[in-house]
Design a protein around this ligand. Structure first.
Ligand code: ZN
Length: 361
């Protein structure tokens, strides 16, 4: 189906709910870029926002836009200024394309660059057969990390960035939100050496998956009392560190309430609207709160790969593996709350079904 100049992709082509298969030109690479033949991609909550075409998506995503930012693949073309990467290398990559002129970027704090653009959000993304990527953003994959795990390093990086925000060795950790990133943060916290880890959510299926993958105490906030679960495991004073992964005001209130005095919170969840917070509780408890976004370039990537090479196992968070052509099934499963991480197969086999599916008008 695909000639040298055209490729299959999933794009937002119309300002309404959905994503549609489309044929677009294979990206041209610049001198500092590489071309990646995509093999596997992960579906992210961000992609679901774009699918739903909610307020954030309408404000943020220009149409048409090829979406997707979690990927792995193989380098098939290298720009003439790139001398550190080779044809045939298996890679993943940082999906945030940063500028190099801001104060943060000039200081080497690339993840804090305010000019950051997101692939699959502001610039063409990875739900496609090919992806053009600045060599700066490329992460070569070690042999221990296959393409399936390579495709979820972006959200695993969110989890690692959060989990490494504070020292949690020997500490008691509360994680609010058992989505894929919350579960991966739990596995990372266990790998690093936290003592008690409690994860809360209102979706029992997510909590069951967390408990199945990791030594963690799942608490359903809708039906269980967090305080009595804490008493049951002998946690008298409270949690030392909290990872907020839900963006829920109620979950955050409970976290503030159950942290020790001087506790620390790494806050990754994105509240969908402004959130009412009891600041006096935070002040009187002398809590430290750190906002966490993306991944540190490239310290998070370094640590994440090192942990994957030394036994960190997050594969269980992948609940669905689908041919790219069956992307609709994946989005529907996420929207029904039935899926954790979903990986799409973009190999020739995975994209074959596209040829017969009629484009949606
Ligand atoms: Zn993502």
């Amino acid at each position: 189906m695909t000639s040298n100049t055209a490729m299959l992709a999933l794009a937002k082509t119309e300002p309404r709910e959905g994503l549609w298969q489309t044929e677009v030109p294979v990206p041209q690479i610049g001198p500092d870029q590489v071309l990646v033949k995509v093999s596997k991609t992960g579906i992210c909550g961000t992609d679901v926002h774009i699918w739903n075409w909610d307020e954030w998506a309408q404000r943020t995503v220009p149409i048409p836009m090829v979406v997707g930012h979690e990927y792995a693949g193989t380098i098939v073309d290298v720009g003439r200024s790139v001398d550190n990467l080779e044809l045939g290398q298996r890679v993943s990559g940082e999906g945030h394309i940063v500028g190099h002129t801001s104060r943060a970027a000039r200081a080497g704090r690339f993840h804090l660059d305010p000019e950051t653009r997101g692939i699959g959000v502001n610039i063409p993304g990875a739900f496609a057969q090919y992806l053009a990527l600045p060599a700066f953003n490329v992460i070569p994959l070690p042999d221990e990390v296959d393409d399936e795990i390579g495709a979820i390093l972006d959200p695993l990086g969110n989890a690692v960035h959060t989990a490494l925000s504070f020292d949690i060795v020997g500490e008691d950790v509360l994680i609010t939100g058992a989505g894929p990133i919350g579960i991966m943060a739990t596995i990372v916290a266990r790998h690093i050496g936290a003592r008690h880890i409690v994860i809360t959510d209102v979706n029992q299926r997510r909590l069951d998956l967390a408990a199945q993958l990791c030594d963690v105490v799942p608490v359903n906030s809708a039906t269980q009392d967090l305080r009595s679960e804490m008493a049951r495991i002998g946690l008298r004073e409270g949690f030392d560190v909290g990872f907020e992964m839900s963006g829920s005001a109620e979950a955050f209130r409970q976290m503030v309430d159950t942290l020790i005095t001087g506790g620390r919170i790494a806050f990754l969840g994105l509240p969908s609207k402004p959130m009412l917070v009891d600041w006096s509780a935070i002040v009187l408890k002398s809590l430290v709160i750190k906002g966490v976004y993306g991944r540190e370039m490239f310290e998070t990537w370094y640590k994440m790969l090192a942990m994957l090479q030394s036994g960190l196992d997050v594969r269980g968070v992948i609940t669905h593996r689908l041919p790219a052509a069956e992307f609709r099934k994946g989005f529907e499963a996420i929207k029904r709350g039935e899926a954790s991480k979903i990986v799409l197969d973009w190999s020739d086999e995975g994209t074959r079904g596209f040829a017969t599916e009629e484009a949606v008008q």
